[in-house]
Design a binder for this molecule. Sequence first.
Ligand SMILES: Nc1ncnc2c1ncn2[C@@H]1O[C@H](COP(=O)(O)OP(=O)(O)O)[C@@H](O)[C@H]1O
Ligand SMILES: [Mg+2]
Length: 268
Amino acid sequence: MSLKSENKFETANPEDIYDPDQNYAIITKDIVKIFGDITAVNGLNIKIREGEIFGLLGPNGAGKTTTINMLVGLLKPTSGELFVGGYNVKKELSKIKEIIGVCPQHIAVYKFLTGRENIELFGNLHGINKKEVKSRADNLLNVVEFIETAERKAKEYSGGMLSQLNLLMALISDPEIVFLDEPTVGMDPRARRKIWQFIGSLKEHKKTILLTTHYIEEAEALCDRVAIIDYGELIALGSPKELKEKYNAKNLEEVFLEITGRRILEGI
Ligand SMILES: Nc1ncnc2c1ncn2[C@@H]1O[C@H](COP(=O)(O)OP(=O)(O)O)[C@@H](O)[C@H]1O
Ligand SMILES: [Mg+2]
């Protein structure tokens, strides 16, 4: 599977493309999402490069999940345009589904199946042949040291184990662009570090990763760039190093504090 950008002639309508520089895997253009009287996302403009690990960082309720859900076609924006892999989310969602993996914040697994069965089922649903799914599953399970846990039924899993399973399910289709919404929630520090290492290693395979987190450490450890959002608005954008320098801060928490006068974790 390849990104649309590799085949520029496939562009159905050139006007659908927001930016002539197609080396962006994900673009949000003036995205707004209003739920009743709540503006969850308020004019978000972000461009994420191919091969980048990009973090959406912000307190609870900042609009991170809403943004991901709009990008993967689960929610319709109130206004604005979204592009994933060069495809317009509004018009070409089926193409997008072929190249993305999604690890949702609210975990969806079949509790009466084992971890491995959940992963393989997901692979089969993607139309990958059984032998290939098995070999990919073995590979993933080995890399994250989940091979024994994977033989147990998901109903016995802790929150952290469910998060790990969720992540592997998102990756079984070997997607080009991966959306990870709070991927390490509930994990103990050891598991979290192992998963960080694993997510970092996806970069070598030229995957583009959009990660949301309210763990500052996670964003700093993993992300090439981060967008800090608050009340649905972009308040800072850059590499962790750039942001720390710009705001003369020790970490991204201090950057947030400097800009807003609040702490990211206050709302949790
Ligand atoms: N389906 C919904 N209906 C109404 N309000 C919603 C819905 N989903 C999210 N919100 C509100 O939108 C805001 C952003 O939520 P969310 O995107 O889940 O934030 P985050 O993922 O950053 O914690 C919050 O105020 C939340 O309560
Ligand atoms: Mg969320």
